[in-house]
Design a protein around this ligand. Structure first.
Ligand SMILES: [Zn+2]
Ligand SMILES: [Zn+2]
Length: 135
């Protein structure tokens, strides 16, 4: 992630270049290096010990990071659910085919497929559900 183009939480000005600013190691707030060196603005309550960002700025930053993580989780959960559905479908198809051909002697293979598929669906939907902001 580039710090250029972000807004400094200390002076609320644009950070023009990656060399002018940095993300605070402690709270991940985008700040000008010169602003960190100058110290927190006088009205800051409970400043971050590292960059001097106010608690409010830090919370906004944390929320943004959480939302990004939730979106990532949802994106990761979707293909898992889809893959699980495919596996279950393949397992069921295989089970029907084997049943017709061999009378159920080779049922283990499709059963394993179905089990893995159900596991994937459960995990994927858990990710998607558990990470929904506002729920
Ligand atoms: Zn600044
Ligand atoms: Zn900080």
């Amino acid at each position: 992630m580039h710090v250029a183009g972000k807004t400094c939480v200390l002076c609320r000005q644009h950070i023009n270049g990656n060399r002018d600013g940095a993300f605070c190691d402690r709270c991940d707030s985008p700040v000008h290096i010169s602003c960190v060196e100058a110290g927190p603005p006088p009205e800051t309550k409970d400043p971050c010990k590292r960059c001097g960002a106010s608690r409010r700025a830090r919370r906004a930053q944390e929320r943004k990071a959480e939302q990004a993580e939730a979106a990532e989780n949802r994106a990761a959960g979707r293909p898992e659910v889809f893959g699980g559905l495919v596996l279950v479908a393949a397992g069921l198809t295989g089970a029907c085919g084997l049943m017709a051909m061999m009378g159920g002697n080779l049922m283990m293979f499709p059963t394993i497929l179905i089990a893995i598929g159900i596991g994937l669906i459960a995990r994927g939907s858990q990710k998607m559900k558990g990470s929904d902001p506002g729920e």
